[in-house]
Design a protein around this ligand. Sequence first.
Ligand SMILES: Nc1ncnc2c1ncn2[C@@H]1O[C@H](COP(=O)(O)OP(=O)(O)OP(=O)(O)O)[C@@H](O)[C@H]1O
Length: 301
Amino acid sequence: MENIIEINNLNFGFDSQKLILKNVNLKVPKGSIYGFLGANGAGKSTTMRLIMGLFNDKTNSVKVFNQNVSEIYPKALQNIGALIDYPAFYDHLSGYDNLKIVCIIKNLNTQTIGEVLETVGLSHARNIKMKKYSLGMKQRLAIALALISNPELLVLDEPVNGLDPNGMLEVRELLIKLNREKGVTVFISSHLLLEIDKMVTHLGIISNGEIKFEGSKEQLNDLYKFQKTKFHLNDAEKFNDVLKSQYETELKSETEISVVTNSQMEIAAINTLLVNNGAQIYQISAAGGLEEWFMEITKQN
Ligand SMILES: Nc1ncnc2c1ncn2[C@@H]1O[C@H](COP(=O)(O)OP(=O)(O)OP(=O)(O)O)[C@@H](O)[C@H]1O
């Protein structure tokens, strides 16, 4: 599959004393919605700025559209819509007029404004002054701004930050629509795993400047799904002794054991072993799931 963004062995720091990004490798397939996840300060914005050529990568480790970043800008900016910092809008002007100003400055056709406002669901508010826009509407106008040159790639840094669940839903539905209907590749950063998980096809997880996971959604699901399984049962201490020679276990309470498991078959085998040893099983459940797993791998250390 063709990659629209590719980063190979990137090391980057603002001074020679401290690396902010450490041996970062990242591949954003064309046509994907790629979620770039990490806690505050993990290095997401720095990576995005390097992709956009806003920070200088002297090592030529970052490629966009198969070319070194240092060679493609500013021309390639026509083909990339970016939302890195929240854009400065004029509050006393309408959404339409704000976009018009940008079109004039960038020498773009103002006729596309109507279509872009339609895409982001703001046609009804095109003549309303921005000061009356909700946060969700402002965010969608910011995305409209990124879309104005009809780009192939969208690079969005925390576009759902500060939005309420409704605003997040609006932005999510918009991005999925752009991806499905217009084939736009979306590279989106966030620290909100559960929100991002609802829209992405691919994920990269960064922690403390290092990529901890990269792959498709399916690969991610396979990875965390069977990691730990909780067995709720009688006399957990006794049955923990039964399991611990064969499995990696943790005694959680008098009635709970957590076991590292790698497949459904293994969960069934443990269950049989426990029952054959006289255990009464009350409940079997996955420990934590995606969010717990994410917290674990993004723990700053
Ligand atoms: N211009 C800069 N000069 C020096 N250090 C910086 C600069 N920009 C960012 N950093 C540092 O780089 C590290 C990564 O920051 P970055 O903004 O990339 O993280 P982030 O994952 O985007 O986090 P957040 O969600 O908080 O924006 C942080 O320790 C930050 O303090």
